[in-house]
Design a protein around this ligand. Structure first.
Ligand code: ATP
Ligand code: MG
Length: 578
């Protein structure tokens, strides 16, 4: 935290100084008021004769002090906000950068909802914590201890009466904070759930409507919200009891001071003005303590949030970079050496003893039933995850030895789920290679069989794409994603089921064009349709995470039962298969 505070310490210190000014004005006033009453109105030291001139003079002095106090207060506010907003801004930027550097296992572990809460709500809590700390802590502690000091100066007995009330107040406060603290952690975790449901449901609203599951999702969201409110209410109830308790204590102290004051006044050792000032100081002091409690409440919440933000900030990428810069003699060779893999935190083995070598320029297809581990196998090549045992080599070098950036520069991926951004079609294609020439965009779009549909759009490559590609069809999105991958000067291309929405002819034309334009690149095609893979140099059949067969279409038709089954199950191709 110090790292961030240090940068804006100057503003925080200035804010603190203005705060001292504001509080000083508050503390001086009861003293002046007591003089107005005793010397101005009652004429205690003047044989009971009121002094109008003194009332005017002290009254104007008081107004001046109020104005000066107000100015100090406003300036304090300005500087507090400058420091807290900037500190929040720096933390938010750092958090975002850290998340961008996260490895896939970390992203899986934190979850999107939680990361969003941490970068938004949690950082706002930290921001509030900083501003309350700078403003509130200084104000309340100065007010409390200043009032206490002046109280003792006015009358020792009055000071002692207030001091006696202290342990009770502290007891009430500590009890409330002890009860509320665990609830703050639950509150933030519940906010995580709400954010996760919000994201899922807003992005998946179409499928929710299609399946008529609105009522179910409303209930799910409602339930998460109810839980949040329940916890929030619990904390509010705790603090709701605290206010009347501390208020009651304040009035007890005021009454005792009045009783002691009347006794002292009778003896002539105090004056009505001093009793008035003592009561004002008591109110100020106890109000100060009340504010301190509110502060503690917010600060406890801020500390809980800060812990959650710190978890993000302190997380180092789990997959550490190697030192190899990626310059190799061979280019486009992949080898899986006895690779096994399970997802972090899961005991289920997704890949078992994979041994496979893919040569430069080869087109290798990976087939298999859904969930058998095709995407997982491909994701080990750009090192999205590390294998549990065995080694994945790219161009003869273990992927763990590469600088991740250098490794990923060799590989272009069109993911199973096309990810488009809310920018133009052209910008989406050029997204991985900013500054690419328009001719290059057109050329890769032609390879991806996308040029004709893009050109036929009113604004062509300048057509805006709606958020997450909502304004495009599934096949159009896939082709733009492929064009984006092909634009990258990569050695290895991975197409993960990325032509599944294309008709057979468009798909065949796409692979044909790709073969022609990138004859020396290695291509990995993950697909479910025989038509997509039959022209590949080799087809790997995956079954429950193991390679059950590998060969050309013709070889597999003769030797692999699973492949024959897949082939025969694809109606319309049966005749061709045979
Ligand atoms: N991030 C993840 N965390 C935990 N388990 C996962 C994760 N991703 C996938 N799995 C599990 O790993 C197994 C293999 O998944 P994978 O995505 O590799 O299958 P696939 O062959 O690509 O399937 P499909 O044809 O449906 O795309 C599945 O059982 C899946 O539940
Ligand atoms: Mg997959």
């Amino acid at each position: 935290m110090w790292k961030y505070i240090r940068q804006y310490l100057f503003f925080a210190v200035i804010a603190g100084l203005f705060m001292i000014g504001e509080v000083m004005m508050d503390i001086i006033q009861p003293g002046i008021m007591s003089r107005i009453v005793d010397d101005g109105v009652l004429g205690v030291n003047n044989g009971g004769a009121p002094n109008l001139r003194l009332i005017w003079m002290l009254g104007l002095q008081m107004i001046g002090l109020v104005l000066l106090g107000g100015l100090c207060g406003s300036l304090n506010n300005v500087f507090v906000h400058i420091s807290s907003q900037n500190i929040g801004n720096e933390i938010r930027k750092d958090c975002f950068c850290r998340i961008m550097d996260f490895s896939f296992p970390q992203l899986d572990r934190f979850g999107t909802g939680s990361l969003v809460t941490r970068v938004t709500n949690d950082i706002t809590q930290v921001q509030t914590f900083v501003s309350l700390f700078v403003r509130g802590m200084i104000r309340t502690s100065l007010l409390t201890f200043g009032s206490m000091y002046f109280m003792f100066r006015l009358n020792l007995k009055f000071g002692l009466i207030v001091l006696c009330a202290f342990p009770f107040l502290v007891g009430v406060i500590v009890w409330c904070l002890w009860k509320a603290n665990p609830l703050f952690s639950s509150l933030q975790a519940q906010l995580d759930s709400i954010n996760a449901i919000m994201q899922e449901d807003v992005s998946g609203i179409r499928i929710i409507k299609a399946c008529v599951r609105e009522a179910y999702e409303k209930r799910r969201f409602g339930k998460a919200n109810d839980e949040l409110i329940k916890t929030q209410l619990k904390t509010l109830v705790i603090f709701a009891f605290m206010n009347p308790l501390t208020n009651a204590l304040m009035y007890v102290v005021v009454t005792v001071i009045l009783l002691a004051g009347s006794f002292e006044a009778g003896k002539g050792s105090t004056t009505p003005g001093i009793i008035m000032a003592a009561i004002t100081y008591t109110t100020q002091l106890l109000n100060g303590i009340l504010m301190l409690v509110m502060l503690f409440q917010n600060i406890s919440r801020g500390v809980t949030s800060w812990k959650r933000v710190k978890e993000v900030l302190n997380s180092r990428p789990e997959l550490m970079d190697g030192s190899f810069d990626g310059v190799t003699k061979v280019q486009g060779e992949i080898e899986f050496r006895d690779v096994s893999f399970s997802y972090p935190g899961s005991s289920q083995r997704v890949l078992s003893n994979i041994n496979l070598t893919i040569h430069k320029g080869e087109t290798v297809a990976i087939m298999g039933t859904t969930g058998c581990g095709k995407t997982t196998l491909a994701s080990l090549i750009p090192r999205f995850y590390d294998a549990d045992t065995g080694t994945v080599l790219v161009d003869g070098i273990d992927v763990r030895k590469y600088q991740q950036k250098a490794l990923r520069e060799k590989i272009a991926v069109a993911m199973q789920k096309s990810e488009l951004f809310s920018m133009t079609v052209g910008e989406n294609i050029a997204w991985g290679m900013p500054g690419a020439e328009s001719t290059a965009l057109k050329s890769v779009a032609s390879i991806a069989q996308a040029d004709s549909f893009i050109s036929s759009m009113e604004e062509g490559y300048g057509t805006a794409v709606a958020e997450r590609g909502m304004s495009l069809s599934g096949g159009q999105k896939q082709r733009i994603s492929i064009a984006r991958a092909v634009l990258k000067p990569a050695e290895i291309f991975i197409f993960d089921d990325s032509t599944s929405a294309l008709d057979l002819k468009t798909e065949a034309d796409l692979y044909q064009a790709l073969k022609k334009s990138h004859p020396d690149s290695t291509k990995i095609i993950i697909a479910q349709r025989i038509a997509s893979v039959r022209t590949a140099d080799r087809i790997v059949v995956l079954e429950n995470g193991s390679i059950s067969a590998c060969g050309t279409h013709e070889e597999l038709l003769k030797s692999c039962r699973t492949y024959q089954d897949i082939c025969h199950s694809q109606i319309g191709e049966e005749a061709e298969c045979a």
